[in-house]
Design a protein around this ligand. Structure first.
Ligand SMILES: [Zn+2]
Ligand SMILES: [Zn+2]
Length: 462
């Protein structure tokens, strides 16, 4: 059983810079994060941040190097808004003097123990109390979770990175297996991370299969594969190693991709399959148990659902697609697109217009409406053109991006949207700041700034 607090990197940057900006020299500062709790079927617990607040100077009763107390009025507001109304769990952050690894003091122990007990006595849903102590630069830290009686605590993992994956895992690879000897230039840590990475792949067709083959060969062996379809003859122009016999035997696409991956890892693989759509999955929140969600389907609706789940559970998402059209003069235009919206919001597939909401709605509309929409030209041709080599550019570039993130030479904290254009043979890269959208219905985060406009503005939140 693992317990972790995963803060999306952009959110953490904002929290950290707010705390640093408000912190007077050589004094402490505190902050609050309010989290939802998600428990998977292995009883692993993830705390998912939903709101955060850094009180400004005038919110304190007193502030000194040895401790501080926030005004009752603020305290009551926090309890009412985030505990009573939203039933969230509390993360209490504070800093200690110095730039070493900080340790909880006996004052912290006493205060937090009382606070854990107070929360238990006050709220019937039994909120959890997590506490984090930082050095004054907010670089080194320790986190702990209190029991409801306030008598004991346990250390938990804090992760402010894009991927919630151990940097220095306890069960790291002794040495790089021979199969990866030609890529050991990237280091043992890189290979260990790959061997632990868990991928939820939605869509196991032309792009998904190539993606799995590519990332599988790099070293990823833990997968959840989701696709409702069977392998068909028309797929064989773009599915690696797929043969007519599989089609004749009625193989499903998830079986086929599982077959590809288990050929690479005959023994120590962990490959789950779900022959269904993401919408119809009984336990769609199961994909939040995976480190990374990859969506490579041919429709807008499943991409929308994947994005909504990624936002809800604050999991990183990679969206893959290709597009081919032939212009009136007969010259083709071909595109491969890789989109990685930032974890936790900022922009998303919907407000970035990477998927089309009207299209998404039509895809799930009753057939009468769909037919009507079809005749009026609202729906794309379902049999969209697709070729192996263009899918390969899309899938292999996405794997290259994952490689870059893990090896530390590519940062996608603000998101990424790359489009390959052929025959121009150029990569078009959307500037993430251009995609940024505060008001999105799907990914807009109710930031503390919005609280300031409401009646509570006399607290002076950031
Ligand atoms: Zn302290
Ligand atoms: Zn959005």
């Amino acid at each position: 059983m693992k317990i972790s607090l995963h803060i999306p990197p952009q959110m953490w940057q904002k929290i950290r810079s707010s705390m640093l900006a408000l912190k007077p020299d050589h004094e402490e500062i505190i902050g609050f994060i309010f989290c939802e709790k998600q428990i998977d079927h292995f009883q692993n617990v993830r705390y998912i941040p939903k709101h955060w607040i850094i009180p400004s100077q005038d919110c304190y009763e007193y502030q000194s190097p040895s401790g501080l107390v926030v005004k009752q009025k603020l305290h009551h507001y926090l309890l009412e808004e985030y505990l009573q109304n939203q039933e969230l769990n509390v993360v209490h952050l504070h800093t200690h003097f110095g730039n070493q690894l900080p340790h909880f003091s006996s004052v912290d122990d006493r205060y937090e123990s009382e606070y854990a007990k107070f929360l238990t006595d006050t709220f019937t849903y039994q909120p959890d109390l997590i506490s984090g102590v930082f050095d004054e630069n907010l670089e080194n830290y320790q986190f702990r979770l209190w029991n409801h009686q306030g008598t004991d605590f346990q250390t938990i993992k804090f992760c402010p990175d894009w991927l919630e994956i151990e940097q220095n895992p306890s069960e790291s690879l002794e040495e790089i297996p021979l199969i990866f000897s030609r890529q050991k230039i990237f280091g043992q840590g890189f290979q260990t991370q790959l061997s632990q990475l868990k991928i939820a792949l939605i869509g196991c067709g032309g792009i998904g299969a190539l993606f799995a083959e590519n990332l599988g060969r790099l070293g990823v062996k833990n997968w959840l594969l989701i696709d409702p379809d069977d392998l068909e003859l028309v797929n064989l122009n773009r599915t690696p190693c797929a043969v007519l016999e599989m089609v004749k035997k009625g193989w499903s696409k998830v079986e086929y991709v599982k077959h590809l991956l288990s050929k690479i890892y005959p023994e120590d693989n962990n490959i789950m399959t779900q022959k269904t759509t993401l919408e119809q999955m009984e336990n769609s929140q199961e994909i939040a148990n995976y480190d990374l969600i990859v969506v490579a389907t041919d429709n807008h609706h499943s991409r929308q659902i994947a994005q909504e789940l990624a936002l809800k559970y604050q999991r990183p998402l990679i969206c893959l697609g290709t597009h081919i059209e032939v212009q009136s003069d007969g010259t083709p235009k071909m595109f491969a697109r890789i989109t990685i919206p930032p974890v936790g919001g900022g922009w998303c597939l919907m407000c970035g217009n990477i998927i089309n909401l009207q299209q998404s709605a039509l895809e799930i509309a009753p057939s009468v409406i769909t037919e009507l929409a079809n005749t009026r030209g609202y729906l794309d041709d379902v049999e969209a053109p697709a070729v192996f080599w263009l899918n390969s550019i899309c899938a292999s570039s996405a794997v290259g991006i994952i490689h870059g993130i893990l090896a530390g030479f590519l940062n996608v904290d603000e998101g990424l949207d790359w489009i390959y254009h052929f025959p121009a043979q150029e990569w078009l890269k959307t500037a993430p700041e251009y995609l940024h959208n505060e008001d999105c219905l799907f990914c807009g985060i109710p930031s503390p700034c919005q609280d300031q406009d409401s009646e509570e503005n006399d607290y002076g939140y950031l």
